[in-house]
Design a protein around this ligand. Structure first.
Ligand code: ARG
Length: 525
């Protein structure tokens, strides 16, 4: 049973006949136009008439700039103001390794489709390799090159000769080409970022391990809440980064989920391209299922930008913790000399610029994500030139993050914690919950205990002493279930040890957490 979106009428012409022939498995009655299968067969037999060589580009006339379009326009070329605006090579030049790679795969696909002979495909591949070598050796765009595709096409004309080079763009468009190259670039970027995140996580885990049994106040609302192991605080940042690494892996999979190449400008290539082979050779999971969607889809850019933005948000929160903890008032941590800057005026200053720049970068990449989403939101389906700017946002955000991550990793590795200051900073009132828990253990309800301990906190504040300095009589007056051993629970160590649930701050739980963290770092993704 074959399905067709369009009803096939008896006299619909050759396409209908072809469809009818295929669904009945029968032979064709008349063949006024060659079907795709016939093109392939005749090409294999070497009888496909090659189309007369198109003027490959306006730029083939001596001295004129190399262009991929222009035949339909009058002489003179585009206005300089348009050329300046339209030119994207400064941004997209870095796509060249991917564009060369996909072009080689396309040459093979064209030969399998009978458009290029096997010999032409071989020469095309060799010429593209030569182009790649020239670009790798530092050859760059000329002032007249519109975009990276133009650069490669210009060099290909030099390496392969105009006659062969002019055949490469058969059945493809820069629309499916750029979507494919950008996907390949994004997949690599996501992988590299994930590795840089892993390095930062390793530094976080090392610091957590080095902090050992050190204790510190944990904060909610930036007010002292409860005592915790300092390693527990440090590892909190590990898990946010672990989720980021997962998002990078997902963004990589998203970029490689669907191959746009073969979609042409919008409607699909008119040549019998084997897109399954093509997706295999370029490492994609599947050919894109819809050519219109494929050339206009930038979800993968948005996904990577979101992953990057959230990562930078986490870096910003880590930076903010450290900036606060590094202030003179806290003094929990001292930044290493190699990652600290001075002031041109105040000789005593040690400024955590790395962390401030990391915090600031979060704002910039958020802007890139917003710019992309705002661009997509205004577009109809298919390709529009606005999409050219997807790369500006993507590259800007990835570059920024690539710069920030190793700097934060380095700064983090050089932190020196003052564990005495951390311990001494813990105020007695952070143990109020432990006093309430004590009453619960003795049989009171938590609400009752909360109320009684609240009164004790007020009393300690009024008399200007810590909870543990209150007279025993105050405790028994606040609640009859208080006994002398109540004072035992008023130590940070006791408070921490009681929180032995999975994911809690008790030493055993934190050791187990650190082990899980180390194991997560060994995972492949
Ligand atoms: N530089 C362009 C981009 O990045 C390439 C695609 C051009 N397509 C077009 N229809 N003009 O989007």
């Amino acid at each position: 049973m074959t399905t067709s979106l369009l009803p096939v009428q008896p006299n619909d012409g050759p396409l209908a006949e072809e469809a009818a022939r295929r669904s009945s498995g029968g032979t064709r009655r008349s063949a006024p136009r060659p079907a795709l299968d016939d093109v392939r067969l005749r090409a294999e037999a070497g009888v496909i008439p090659q189309e007369p060589a198109q003027p490959a580009s306006v730029g083939t006339s001596p001295g004129a700039p190399h262009r991929l379009w222009g035949g339909r326009f009058g002489g003179g070329g585009p206005a300089p103001a348009l050329e300046r605006l339209n030119r994207s090579v400064d941004v997209d030049f870095r796509l060249w390794p991917h564009d060369v790679r996909l072009s080689k795969a396309w040459a093979v696909a064209l030969s399998l489709a009978g458009v290029l002979t096997a010999d032409e495909a071989r020469r095309m591949e060799a010429a593209l390799d030569a182009v790649g070598e020239r670009l790798a050796a530092g050859e760059g765009p000329t002032a007249a090159d519109e975009d990276v595709h133009t650069v490669i096409d210009r060099l290909l004309h030099q390496e392969a000769g105009a006659e062969l080079a002019a055949k490469l763009h058969t059945g493809r468009s820069r629309n499916d080409q750029v979507a494919t190259a950008t996907r390949l670039w994004a997949a690599e970027a996501a992988r590299d970022l994930a590795e840089a995140v892993r390095a930062l996580q390793a530094a976080v885990a090392d610091q957590a391990e080095a902090l050992g049994a050190a204790v510190m106040p944990a904060y909610t609302h930036l007010q002292q809440a409860q005592p915790v192991l300092a390693a527990h605080w440090m590892l909190a940042h590990f898990w946010a980064l672990e989720r980021d690494r997962g998002r990078m892996a997902a963004a990589r999979r998203g970029a490689l989920a669907a191959l746009p190449l073969g979609s042409g400008a919008i409607a699909g290539s008119a040549y019998p391209i084997d897109r399954v082979l093509l997706k295999e050779s370029l490492g994609f999971a599947a050919p894109s299922p819809n050519s219109i969607d494929a050339v206009g889809d930038r979800d993968f850019v948005a996904e990577l930008l979101f992953a990057v933005t959230l990562l930078c948000t986490h870096l910003s929160r880590l930076a903010e913790d450290l900036i606060v903890f590094g202030s003179s008032e806290f003094g929990f941590v001292r930044f290493g000399d190699r990652f600290t800057t001075g002031s041109s005026m105040m000789p005593q200053k040690r400024n955590p610029d790395v962390l401030e720049l990391a915090r600031g970068s979060g704002a910039r990449v958020l802007g890139d994500l917003m710019a992309l989403l705002a661009t997509l939101k205004g577009l109809p389906s298919g390709y529009s030139k606005d999409l050219q700017d997807d790369k500006r946002a993507l590259f800007g955000a990835v570059d920024m993050t690539t710069l920030v991550l190793p700097a934060v990793t380095g700064a983090l590795a050089e932190l020196r914690f003052d564990t005495r200051r951390m311990r001494e900073a813990i105020v007695g009132a952070t143990l109020a919950t432990d006093l309430a828990d004590y009453l619960v253990r003795k049989g009171a309800t938590f609400r009752e205990s909360h109320e009684a301990v609240g009164r004790l906190v007020r009393e300690s504040e009024q008399s200007g002493c810590d909870l543990h300095a209150l007279p025993y009589a105050s405790l028994t007056a606040a609640h009859p279930l208080f006994d002398r051993d109540a004072f035992d629970c008023l130590s940070p160590r006791h408070s921490i040890e009681r929180r032995a649930v999975d994911g809690g701050t008790a030493p055993d739980a934190v050791s187990a957490q650190l082990e899980t963290a180390r194991r997560a770092l060994e995972s492949k993704d």
